[in-house]
Structures are given as structure tokens and as C-alpha cells.
Design a protein around this ligand. Structure first.
Ligand SMILES: [Zn+2]
Length: 69
């Protein structure tokens, strides 16, 4: 099993990990993509909250469009 050092915390990690077990840094391409999606979802969730807290139909429509993809 290959080992390498985490770019973030510099701990030695075996390459089987998708995330650094020490600092949680995403390591594999898949984990990086998942992390990007997670961050995007967090942003979308905020938008959804905003949509729920407004009664302006124009704003609600704009947010719905954004949440489509
Ligand atoms: Zn790390």
C-alpha cells in the first residue's frame, strides 16, 4: 500500500483513504468532487432557506431556477 503525506497537515496517510483521518482534507479525486458538491449544497440550502423566508414571488422564482440543476 502506497503512503504519502497530507498536503494540509503533513501526516503520513495510506492512499486507501478518501479523506485524511487527521484533518479531514479530501484526498482522492472522488472525495474532492464530493467536497465541492457538499459546499455547493450548503450554499443551495441557504438559498432555499432564503426562499422560504421571503414572500416575494420574483425572488422565489429566481431561487427555484437556481436550485434546478
Ligand atoms: Zn491531513
Amino acid at each position: 500500500m502506497e503512503k504519502f503525506n497530507c498536503k494540509k497537515c503533513n501526516q503520513e496517510i495510506s492512499e486507501e483513504f478518501n479523506y485524511c483521518p487527521y484533518c479531514g482534507e479530501p484526498l482522492s479525486e472522488l472525495a474532492k468532487q464530493k467536497e465541492a458538491i457538499r459546499l455547493q449544497n450548503a450554499g443551495l440550502l441557504k438559498l432555499q432557506e432564503l426562499s422560504n423566508s421571503t414572500h416575494d414571488p420574483a425572488v422565489q422564482k429566481a431561487i427555484k431556477e437556481l436550485l434546478k440543476f
